[in-house]
Ligand binder design. Structure first.
Ligand SMILES: NC(=O)c1ccc[n+]([C@@H]2O[C@H](COP(=O)([O-])OP(=O)(O)OC[C@H]3O[C@@H](n4cnc5c(N)ncnc54)[C@H](OP(=O)(O)O)[C@@H]3O)[C@@H](O)[C@H]2O)c1
Length: 312
């Protein structure tokens, strides 16, 4: 175990030396979905060092209520900064709508929205609205959120939308027929197929969104393989666990390191968009793939617009 620890320490030191940091322009208002744990929380902590005003969402009532758990949560932020914790459940489109009305009322201007929240489940089931859960939570709810909140970015000096995707997107497929019925796309081994599908959708959506919002930077990012709570509900059979735990210990990174790429996308001033970022670099092969699938992206856009219209 010692050697594994040493390798991880080496990985962390190596990245920190190579990467360095970017300043956060003071007063930037940044909304992060799923901002109270995992990569979202680490992103928030890094931004807080630069005194950004943060809106973090969660379903966790302990963190939402003004009590001991919230105090413990806020103590993770050593530098005093404005943090607003808001309830958001992406499982329901009406909950997303309610959340967006609250945000619009309380925050006349946003500078950046990070669509970070996500789930990976083995037997995912359906959202409250009947959509396959990865499609509904990871993708469609964020699609609706951006449709409703993008006007609040218009007054920003450097408006950005960050879509947290994954390199697993290359395993993604989109089947509109099964989506229509809220069914899983197909059974799969390893990483849930529907999770990969939803991450492909995030990235294709980013490229379409840029056509509609040409004054806003739309940046899609893969944080890389991180040790977080994601996959907790994946239900991996115990016989397979050793094949996951060893590579996880050797090759995965901390949530803090995963957040580094996300923060880079939020702050790097010279980034042109649309772009797909991993490890602070654009990934030309994935960008080509997304451009080649522009027609699929456009179909997905139309499908998503009808899906959210249905719920009006
Ligand atoms: N970890 C990795 O290796 C990896 C790799 C590539 C991409 N990613 C992506 O990174 C993002 C963050 O994941 P993570 O690794 O940090 O996982 P995590 O620790 O499990 O965090 C997931 C976040 O999503 C939120 N969330 C889940 N379901 C939700 C729902 N129905 N409504 C509202 N919020 C919900 C959770 O908020 P609550 O507080 O409400 O539970 C939590 O903040 C995800 O989009 C994931 O796909 C992760």
């Amino acid at each position: 175990m010692n050697i594994i620890k040493k390798l991880n320490v080496f990985q962390i030191n190596f990245r920190m030396v190579v990467l360095g940091d970017y300043p956060v322009p003071p007063g930037r208002v940044i909304l992060i979905t799923g901002g109270t744990k995992g990569i979202g929380l680490e992103t928030a902590k890094k931004l807080a060092r630069g005194r950004a005003e943060l809106i973090l969402t969660t379903r966790n009532s302990g963190v939402l209520e003004n009590g001991e758990e919230q105090r413990r949560f806020l103590s993770e932020f050593p530098i005093p900064t404005k943090i607003h914790i808001l309830k958001l459940d992406l499982n329901s489109l009406s909950a997303v709508k309610k959340f967006c009305s609250e945000v619009k009322q309380r925050f006349p201007r946003l500078d950046c929205i990070v669509c970070n929240a996500g789930t990976m489940q083995k037997n995912g089931g359906k959202t409250a609205d009947g959509w396959e859960v990865h499609f509904g939570v990871n993708y469609l709810a964020h699609f609706q959120l951006i449709q409703l909140l993008s006007p609040t970015l218009q007054d920003s000096q450097d408006p950005r939308i960050i879509l947290v995707s994954s390199s697993h997107l290359t395993k993604g497929r989109i089947n509109f027929e099964t989506l229509k019925n809220g069914e899983p796309s197909r059974s799969s081994r390893g990483v849930t197929q529907e999770y990969c599908d939803s991450k492909l959708m995030m990235a294709l959506w980013g490229y379409q969104l840029q056509k509609y919002l040409n004054n806003i930077k739309i940046i899609t990012v893969s944080p890389g393989w991180c040790r977080t709570g994601l996959g907790r509900e994946h239900g991996t059979p115990w016989v397979i666990l050793p094949f996951i735990i060893i590579p996880l210990a050797l090759f995965s990174q901390s949530a803090e390191e995963g957040a580094d790429s996300v923060v880079y996308c939020i702050l790097k001033s010279t980034l042109a968009s649309p772009v797909f970022i991993k490890n602070r670099k654009s990934v030309p092969a994935i960008q080509r793939y997304l451009e080649e699938n522009d027609r699929l992206g456009s179909e997905l856009w139309d499908f998503s617009i009808s899906a959210i219209e249905e719920h009006k």
